[in-house]
Design a binder for this molecule. Structure first.
Ligand SMILES: Nc1nc2c(ncn2[C@@H]2O[C@H](COP(=O)(O)OP(=O)(O)OP(=O)(O)O)[C@@H](O)[C@H]2O)c(=O)[nH]1
Ligand SMILES: [Mg+2]
Length: 392
């Protein structure tokens, strides 16, 4: 036994037995760090003239108020890099892109140089490649100037990077749509036009609610390479729906990989094998929500979802406690549980965990709340509901 964690291989399941809670929690935290490292980064350029709303958009689209709190290191005279520990994105924010003829040429050359410099680092530095450009233009601009059109053309054609044109501050929807179709008529080499109002707009006689950023986030995901997908889902905060659909995919993958066809019924005495499979599912879902797996969160998962309390425990108790909750099973027949039961249990645990993550993400709960008796009771109820939900 190593660090209170015993690993053995039995039938087709991986068996991990935890006998020491402290070691289990440490392992969860370190597995999470590994997961975060493996996410890599997504790198995007956000360009546009001064005052069009780039910083406002960055703060709406990504976690952690990046535009204010992410260090803005000047990279070139027209670009600064925004990044923050724990958020897997690097944003190159343009400054002073005023686009008079001389400045425009200089800026394009600089941005081109930046993109090339990353490519020249070679495939082992693929984590630094620029993946996408958002070119922002304000919805109440009179027109999309020729110099801006040239800029977009050159970036897209010469650098071969997907460009999404973002119409910002679109508090007048009809006007913004007309502007979008005007821009559409220029046949620019862009992948999409998105219309956004990143922050609510208030005037004396009307207010406009923010909209469009979740769609922009989804549109961007569609043009990103697969390798940048997980980092993007983590870093963005605008679309809770995107996080949820990604989390559901993880649950489905876990269930089908772990309990798909060909698995023999699992001896009840080894039902604890479910725990490591589910723990890695919890870790991946935590990363989707951009929430940090602290020891406190790990302890809450262990106690409210895995039924582990106290300093040491007999691992085998975990699943048998949970299995009792599944209607129609009660006690496992003949001392075994089927792959189907294990799958159902995993599904219910995953669904319950998503509900917890959403509450943490929205700030309706904090990690320390999870220790409260009433919150634990609620989690048990949610789990019970998910176990009884036969629809899925
Ligand atoms: N209500 C509202 N105001 C916005 C929106 N986007 C930008 N603004 C306002 O427009 C002004 C400029 O926005 P910024 O986000 O700072 O623009 P920027 O492109 O980062 O400007 P530079 O950093 O100078 O290039 C600020 O006063 C913002 O509050 C929006 O979606 N809604
Ligand atoms: Mg700014």
């Amino acid at each position: 036994m190593e660090h209170g964690i015993e690993k053995k291989k039995e039938s087709s399941y991986e068996v991990l037995e935890y006998t020491n809670v402290e070691e289990l929690l440490k392992k969860m935290v370190s597995d999470f760090r590994k997961e975060m490292k493996e996410l890599g980064h997504v790198n995007i350029i956000i360009a546009g003239k001064t005052g069009v709303g780039k910083s406002t958009l960055i703060n709406a689209a990504f976690r952690e108020h990046l535009a204010e709190t992410g260090m803005g290191k000047p990279v070139t005279s027209c670009c600064r890099k925004i990044e923050k520990e724990g958020v897997p994105i690097r944003i190159y924010d343009t400054v002073g892109l005023e686009l008079n003829e001389a400045r425009k040429r200089e800026s394009i050359a600089e941005i081109r140089g930046l993109i090339q410099e990353k490519i020249d680092l070679g495939p082992e530095h693929a984590d630094e490649f620029i993946h996408c450009v958002w070119y922002c233009v304000q919805s109440d601009s009179d027109r999309f100037e020729e110099s801006e059109q040239d800029f977009v053309r050159m970036i897209s054609e010469e650098c071969d990077i997907p460009v999404i044109l973002v119409i910002t501050k679109a508090y007048l929807k009809k006007h913004a749509k007309a502007f979008a179709s005007e821009i559409g008529s220029y046949n620019l080499p862009i992948r999409a036009i998105s219309i956004v109002l990143a922050e609510a707009y208030e005037d004396e006689d009307f207010t406009a609610k923010p909209y469009g950023v979740p769609e922009l986030v989804q549109t961007t995901l569609d043009v990103l390479p697969e390798s940048a997908r997980r980092a993007w889902v983590n870093a963005q905060q605008a679309s809770l729906e995107l996080k949820k659909s990604e989390a559901l995919t993880i649950i489905k993958q876990t269930v089908s990989l772990a309990f798909g066809a060909g698995y023999s019924p699992l001896p009840m005495s080894d039902a604890v094998v479910l725990a490591p499979i589910q723990i890695s599912m919890f870790i991946r879902i935590t990363s989707v929500y951009g929430i940090s797996m602290t020891k406190g969160l790990a302890a809450s998962i262990a106690s409210s979802l895995l039924g582990v309390a106290g300093a040491t425990f007999a691992g085998r108790a975990i699943a048998s406690n949970l299995i009792k909750l599944i209607p129609g099973i009660g006690t496992a027949i003949g001392g075994t549980i089927s792959g189907g039961t294990a799958a159902m249990l995993t599904w219910a645990l995953g669904r319950t965990y998503i509900e917890i993550m959403e509450k943490l993400f929205r700030g309706e709960l904090t990690v320390s709340d999870l220790e409260k008796d009433e919150v634990r009771e609620t989690i048990e109820k949610v789990l019970d509901r998910n176990l009884k939900n036969k629809e899925e």
